[in-house]
Ligand binder design. Sequence first.
Ligand SMILES: [Zn+2]
Length: 248
Amino acid sequence: MTQKAHQPCPDPLQDIQPVDVSPLQPLLADSYERLMKGRPAPPVAVRFYPYTNLNHTIRLRQGQILIRLSDILADAPAEILAAISLILLHKLLKRRPPQAMRRLYRDYIGRPAIRRRSLLVRQQRGRKWLTSEKGRHFDLGRLFDDLNQRYFEGRLKIRRLSWSRSRNRRILGHYDEAHRAIIIDRRLDHPQIPRLVVEYVLFHEMLHAVHGERFQNGRRWVHHADFREAERRFHAYEEAQRFIRQML
Ligand SMILES: [Zn+2]
């Protein structure tokens, strides 16, 4: 849950459509053969990977070259993805990557939009696994149990519930599907925050655990109509919304 748009809850990259990277494979095989003076290239696989940072890796394992590109670049232009893949290939083969490729890549990741996106990813993915559910002012475990009884007949199960390690400017809560974990921003563990606000943010994330995601017209939706309707069942919906809008 973000305080402004209530948008990128589970992951900042959720709405990005990854481009098809399969055309990179023949390109990389050609470059390999050229750099290795005609030696045939091993199979090459290129994938996007949800690193916490703008990281890319290449390795040769079991006769295959595996390239993992940060999914921060999942919708980057083909020439950028080609540049970074070729830079990695040069490194693997202990060759110096061409200056032009390095510049192309550097200019691209220097763009404000990409830098913003990297920052968001770092904040959101880097901030898990934290502390405990018991804060100074609110005990998330107790709030969870109450909400679970009240709205889910006590049947909702998650694996982890925690306050975030650090305060976050944008995100109030986060549901991590891979770990079935709910993380609530530590900023809300404060005497000036009404209990109903903490409950509301927690309830919102619990709904993510219940509803999951939907696909429509090739897009992934987490705050779909059913989700929004369920959310309005919260006993102090208007009040919590108002507080979040005004105070945070
Ligand atoms: Zn959400």
